[in-house]
Write a protein that binds this ligand. Structure first.
Ligand code: BMP
Length: 244
């Protein structure tokens, strides 16, 4: 879905729709307005807790997911699943039931009793899983670059192990921050061509869109630089052009 939308719209931009408003009605309306304005210039839409916590999954976010689908775009839930199996499975099933096509999960739980149930569920429902591999914030390197060894293997940065696990588990893709092109380059080397790399961190967080794409990202996740712009449609279109 994302590849098709990306080709048709000539855009590698994933909209992060993280709007905030204490008034539910206004939040819903603004979400729909931003979606309609930018839909032709993005290839997917990612939602996060801002909308889920404020609107609720049922009778709120589910209708936003329907609208995303009406624009023939995939809906990604940035769930950052990171719990024991049965809780992960409950969250994953709820988001899938609400119509999401892909979920973001953290590989730090490991397989057994952590990610195993989520991958099994995703396979049975034909949904995609995207693994949080290297975050975009300045402090991320403390852990994502930490040298650690599995069993008798020699130590390597944690994110490299995450990529090995994501490949082994047959994840659809990786989230790697756009703020560190050298990490994107290394991630691409390890991930091979088939795995998608999605990169947040351009615009408000200072990452350079061209550098991220040049280093091997497939898609840029962009939030505030689009929805806080005075003309979100124009901003989305400009980001799309930057990434062609
Ligand atoms: P913005 O473009 O406004 O900075 O938003 C980026 C989006 O990507 C947010 O939804 C944020 O939660 C998410 N994100 C991120 O910024 N860095 C990461 O490493 C992982 C993320 O999911």
């Amino acid at each position: 879905m994302i590849r098709k939308a990306s080709r048709e719209r000539r855009s590698r931009v994933v909209l992060a729709l993280d709007l905030e408003d204490p008034d539910r009605g206004k939040l819903m309306q603004r979400s729909m307005d931003v979606l309609s304005a930018v839909a032709k210039h993005v290839c997917a839409v990612k939602l996060n807790r801002q909308l889920v916590l404020a609107l609720g999954l049922w009778g709120g976010v589910d209708s936003i997911v329907n609208t995303i689908h009406e624009f023939s775009l995939p809906a990604i839930m940035d769930a950052k699943l990171n719990d024991v199996g049965h809780t992960n499975e409950f969250m994953a099933r709820s988001y899938m039931d609400a119509g999401f096509d892909a979920l973001i999960a953290s590989p730090i739980t490991g397989w057994e009793g952590g990610m195993d149930s989520v991958f099994k569920l995703a396979e049975s429902r034909d949904k995609a899983l995207i693994m949080l591999t290297y975050m975009s914030n300045p402090g991320a390197q403390t852990f994502y670059s930490m040298q650690a060894s599995r069993g008798n293997e020699s130590p390597k940065p944690m994110f490299e192990t995450f990529i090995e696990m994501a490949r082994q588990w047959k994840a659809y893709g990786l989230v790697v921050g756009a703020t560190r092109p050298e990490i994107i380059r290394r991630s691409r080397e390890l991930a091979g061509r088939d795995m998608a790399i999605l990169s947040p961190g351009v615009g408000a967080q200072g990452g350079d869109p061209r550098a991220a794409i040049g280093a091997g990202s497939d898609y840029l996740i962009v939030g505030r630089a689009i929805y806080e712009a005075s003309d979100p449609k124009k901003a989305a279109s400009q980001y799309s052009e930057l990434t062609l």
